[in-house]
Design a protein around this ligand. Sequence first.
Ligand code: TXA
Ligand code: MG
Length: 350
Amino acid sequence: MKTRIVEIEEEHIDQETIREAGEIIRSGGLVAFPTETVYGLGGDALNPASSRKIYEAKGRPSDNPLIVHIAKWEALSAIVKNIPEEAVRLAQVYWPGPLTMILEKSDLVPAETTGGLNTVAVRMPSHKTALAFIEAAGGYVAAPSANRSGRPSPTLARYVSQDLAGRIEMIIDGGDVELGLESTIVDLTAGTPVILRPGYITRVMLESTLGRVEEDVTILCDDSGQAPKAPGMKYRHYAPKGELTIISGPQQAVTDYINAQLDRYRTENKKTGVIASEATVSAYRADVCKNGGSRQDESALARRLYRILREFDDEDVEIIYAESFEGAGVGQAVMNRLLKAAGHRVTELK
Ligand code: TXA
Ligand code: MG
């Protein structure tokens, strides 16, 4: 299959191209499109054959459910059994935006789209091209991140093309995404709302709207022995090809330790990389040093993390060290993704 790549500017949406993209979805094909979080791989959420195609194109296990993207609030009632009060309040504050809600699904949503679950994940993205595309596609677009399974989520159309060219009908190139991390997922089907995947909308933000909100225990540690409630969170994700280790502790100890490791790997002719903050990045002796941005701005690394991981792959870096980037807000989501990328390999220094 030849994949058509079209450019659409969010501020000057070409309606004819959007109509063509929508037509591909309506006739059972797949189109990758930009959202404010990451690029999505879209198919008709109400067509079981489309969902099967999405799994196949991504190389993704079919027990891992898809998020259904809608463009207007009125679209929600047809795909869910009931709309809880919490969903109404969250939508008023955070939709359109980087928040996904888990709700009881209606019979309209095929089991293929939800990985056999009785619940459905729903999100209304804020990206204008995404909204126009969803409308043109019939109103319900199932879309996982537009990467091959196990690769970092794409923040540029170029990365979608690297992973999916030849496997899907069209890629809408909308340039760089705004946020760079996937949406926050909150489960509203189990009494107290539970965060299944952290993101830009933090626990504090959700609690200011809803009152008490819990977090799935598997979010930051993987030794809980429990299975994550978002099936996708159990898979090793976002993994770069090189071996990534996070080093935490007092800054000077971290820098000295990493440099000693880098020197050792250099004698073995291994290509090395580092992810460090803006303030410390120049202190490292790695072959490839990546600036994760200022520690004062937790969203800086969120925006560039996936791109950095892909660049390490493109440059064939074999050994990667990252400083730890814990934080109270978005920093928690960043650390969650970094830990997954590292397969939870962390060395803590005193
Ligand atoms: O920002 C985003 O959410 C992006 C853009 C494209 O919208 N999409 C995205 O989709 O990240 P994906 O498929 O890569 O991640 C969806 C996550 C998976 O971990 C999946 O297991 C979980 O959502 N999920 C989907 N439906 C679910 C359900 N009914 N119950 C629990 N978890 C669910
Ligand atoms: Mg994904």
